[in-house]
Ligand binder design. Structure first.
Ligand SMILES: Cc1cc2nc3c(=O)[nH]c(=O)nc-3n(C[C@H](O)[C@H](O)[C@H](O)COP(=O)(O)OP(=O)(O)OC[C@H]3O[C@@H](n4cnc5c(N)ncnc54)[C@H](O)[C@@H]3O)c2cc1C
Length: 486
């Protein structure tokens, strides 16, 4: 039986382990943190739970792609879902007006056309293009083997704003349609339209929060992994991947344990992975290319516990902007911050999270300090930014500030500490059309038995990571029908 060591226990590591165990591999997962799950971790304060990196998922109605995937991973019974308002799963607040996204192609079109009647035909074209792109990926759609390569290629190479400019004349509509861009940290002139299309399709089919918190996804996968004989060890930071002249032989952890391996699968940020490799098999040009791929923006979050019965449950994801555009919120002066935010309630109510971009440079002076020991000036920095973010939400949602009982915060440093992501980046490496193939992180390396999985190789998020997992596993499992339900 081949022995696989997986580095990292986030969604990428856990789903990779699940598939390989199901297909007869011996699997050990090594996780640096005290809690498994990576971005699926949650934390509890004053008796309430907060999610850190997975707040809602899409396409999860019976028959839809994520439902089928969740079914394959044994998640359906363990991960109860709460559907977002089908008439308004997203609310975009721009230029003093609110615009709602309704689930389903027709309902979405009807609602958007009611706001922008002159653009009705263009909206139909827009949705048709998205349908074509989504269907062109057999894994994302699980519907067809007929790949529309032309659609895939064209929209991977064109930026979101380029396509929007071609389709629409109304500037406000163009901005409304990208109002949820914090979900993928899109950047003007850089992020491919295909990325926008996949996210739109994923959530437009149906959108759900996880009742009780998205850590249930990690808990369920870990239960299944253990039932299948897999091992998971926390507080096991991998510090080196050992290689002979031709391949990897195993990994070493900070506590000086050695784990021999036939295959090593890394689900950590590629820059972190390269730090573990001191071998001629990895060429300097590859190192330099990977280390130069830009990363998605980092974030600052405020986790809110409301006073009892002070705030009714908000069953939509609310994207608020201080100006009339969602673009460029990652670029700001100190006085302008925050230019935009995402405000969400926890399933069932009682809690909320506000998320806004934050540059790593803003917290640079505390890099290298450890959680809980960063000093009073760091605490003051967090308080000041939390109050500004709360004040910004209050402008859009009067009464919000008064309803808060207490709050906690996280900065880009928190994500560096809990997931090892580069620069606190929320979604790992950025998709950038200006870089072409040089901007992609490969599944394979020159070390034949070292593979990569996780959010950096295909895309982030519940769907992006699972699709990447399937592609990586198909390097080992030749049977194409890994997930067996097409
Ligand atoms: C704020 C935020 C909100 C998000 N919201 C959503 C959402 O609503 N819906 C959605 O679908 N997606 C969302 N995402 C994205 C999604 O959570 C991630 O794409 C996904 O969970 C990443 O999984 P992963 O396994 O690739 O990486 P991670 O979850 O980062 O896991 C990597 C793991 O590797 C471990 N590790 C790192 N280095 C080492 C080492 N040397 N040795 C051992 N272990 C190591 C880390 O500790 C970590 O546990 C969000 C992300 C963020 C940050």
């Amino acid at each position: 039986m081949s022995k696989v060591i997986i580095i990292g226990s986030g969604l990428g590591g856990l789903t990779t382990a699940y598939i390989l165990l199901k297909n007869g591999y011996e699997v050990t997962i090594l996780e640096q943190g005290m809690q498994p799950g990576g971005c699926l971790q949650s934390f509890v304060r004053k008796g309430v739970k907060f999610e850190t990196g997975m707040h809602f998922i899409g396409s999860a109605l019976p028959g839809q792609t994520m439902y089928n995937m969740m079914n394959y991973f044994g998640l359906i019974d363990d991960v109860p879902l709460a559907q977002l308002d089908t008439n308004a799963y997203n609310t975009i607040s721009l230029a003093g007006e609110e615009f709602e996204f309704a689930n389903g192609r027709e309902a979405f079109l009807q609602k958007m056309a009611s706001y922008f009647p002159n653009e009705k035909d263009n909206l139909s074209k827009y949705v048709s293009i998205i349908d074509r792109i989504a269907a062109a990926s057999t894994l994302n759609s699980l519907t067809s083997d007929q790949r529309d390569l032309a659609a895939q290629t064209e929209y991977q190479l064109r930026s979101i704003n380029d396509v929007m400019d071609e389709l629409f004349t109304d500037e406000l509509l163009k901005n409304v349609l990208v109002g949820d861009l914090p979900l993928y940290a899109a950047e003007r002139d850089k992020t491919p339209f295909s990325q926008h299309a996949f996210i739109f399709d994923f959530y437009n089919q149906s959108s759900f929060r996880v009742k009780g918190g998205s850590d249930a996804i990690a808990a369920s996968l870990i239960k299944s992994i253990k039932n299948m004989g897999g091992e998971l060890f926390t507080r096991k930071k991998v510090t080196k991947i050992h290689c002979n002249d031709t391949q990897a032989t195993g990994v070493e952890t900070q506590d000086e344990c050695f784990y021999p391996a036939d295959y090593v699968i890394s689900t950590i940020h590629p820059t972190r992975l390269l730090e573990l490799l001191d071998t001629k098999l990895i060429r300097p040009a590859f190192r330099s290319r990977i280390n130069n791929i830009p990363n998605t923006a980092a974030g600052f979050a405020v986790y809110v516990k409301f006073k009892e019965n002070a705030m009714p449950y908000m069953n939509t994801n609310y994207f608020g902007y201080s100006s009339n555009t969602p673009w460029d919120c990652e670029h700001y002066n100190e006085d302008e911050w925050p230019k935009g935010f995402l405000y969400m309630h926890g399933a069932g109510g009682g809690t909320a999270e506000i998320l806004s971009y934050m540059k790593i440079d803003d917290v640079y002076k505390w890099v290298g300090t450890s959680i809980g020991h960063r000093g009073e000036d760091y605490e003051e920095f967090k308080r000041r930014h939390a109050e500004r973010l709360i004040a910004e939400v209050e402008k859009h949602k009067p009464g919000f500030a008064q309803a808060i009982d207490c709050y906690w915060t996280s900065t880009p440093l928190t994500y560096i500490d809990y997931t090892g992501t580069e620069g606190g980046s929320m979604y790992g490496v950025a998709k950038d059309i200006t870089l072409g193939a040089a901007g992609r992180v490969p599944y394979r390396t020159k070390i034949p038995n070292l593979l990569l999985a996780g959010q950096n190789v295909n895309s982030h998020g519940m769907m992006g990571v699972i699709v990447g997992t399937i592609v990586t596993c198909s390097e080992l499992i030749k049977d194409k029908d890994i997930y067996g339900h097409r």
